[in-house]
Design a protein around this ligand. Structure first.
Ligand code: PMP
Length: 280
């Protein structure tokens, strides 16, 4: 079941009726931020963490949050239908200005748009995906969830063109993250993921995985690793709210481990699914 009702600037309406001005700063400049909040069994997953990241993204682009966290919950909840796994996409732009000018317009009201969509589990989640590494061409504020995603889109498409599911980005010889995911690697038996910095988006799924690893005695480290170290990894995973934890079985046409999802992925995926159910 797909939810055809969306939220736009205070109103719930059919998607086909949701219209904004071509003078919207999001359309003209990509001047806005977004969040993607998953929901399982009819309840948002780590809603507060997503709200905190929303606060940080808004602060980074110097836009006041138009709503409290409690008000957001009230606005976004009607976009969920039933108890199927779904996610809400929320976008806030600086709004519609009378003219196209780079400087912030005065007294504009932000444009707020939100829609719900079903989470369709990735067909390859249990068998693994292929990835391609490439130089990270993005800007220096990757910890801001900006709607300006052109570099990410070009990276992802380059991977798709090579029959890969994701691009793994490399900056100064070190792996940062995926075009739309965080990255984990098991190197010398330790689960590693790059530390939080302006070079990566602080993924909510990433935090949950680190908490589960620590709680269940899986050795893990938040530490940068080089592309050379990645090539020695026995397991590689990519993680995000809409895809969860996806094992990588081939990187740059080389098998990862024995070319099958590894034992630590099996364990973590099980812990993650159990954790999701425990919050239901
Ligand atoms: N990094 C990037 C660049 C992303 O776009 C995303 C989300 N799609 C993530 C990491 C993962 O973040 P989350 O786990 O909060 O979905």
């Amino acid at each position: 079941m797909t939810n055809n009702t969306v939220y736009l600037n205070g109103h719930y309406l059919p998607l086909s009726d949701a219209k904004i001005s071509v003078m919207d700063r999001g359309f003209l400049f990509g001047d806005g931020i977004y969040e993607v909040i998953p929901s399982y069994f009819g309840r948002f997953f780590h809603f507060e963490a997503h709200m905190e990241r929303l606060d940080n993204s808004l602060a980074a682009i110097r836009l006041a949050n138009p709503n409290s966290h409690k008000k957001w919950l009230k606005i976004l909840s009607p976009l969920l239908i039933g108890t199927q796994d779904q996610y809400v996409y929320l976008q806030i732009t600086r709004g519609t200005a009378p003219k196209r000018d780079h400087g912030f317009p005065e007294n504009t009201v932000p444009t707020v748009f939100a829609m719900g969509s079903p989470i369709v589990p990735m067909a390859e989640r249990d068998t693994g995906v292929k990835v391609l590494t490439m130089p990270d061409s993005r800007w220096k504020l990757c910890n801001t969830k900006a709607i300006t995603l052109l570099a990410n889109i070009l990276h992802r498409q380059e991977a798709i063109d090579q029959n890969c599911a994701e691009a793994l980005l490399v900056k100064d010889g070190y792996v940062t993250e995926g075009a739309a995911s965080n990255v984990f690697a098991v190197i010398d038996g330790v689960l590693m993921t790059p530390p939080k910095s302006a070079e990566i988006l602080p993924g909510i799924t990433r935090d949950v995985i680190l908490d589960l690893a620590r709680e269940h005695g899986i050795p893990c480290k938040e530490e940068s690793f080089s592309l050379t170290a990645l090539q020695t990894a026995s397991e590689i995973w990519i993680t995000s709210s809409t895809r969860e934890i996806i094992p990588v079985v081939e990187c740059d046409e080389q098998k990862v481990g024995d070319g099958k999802p590894g034992p630590i992925w099996h364990k973590m995926n099980q812990l993650f699914q159990t954790y999701k159910q425990s919050l239901a």
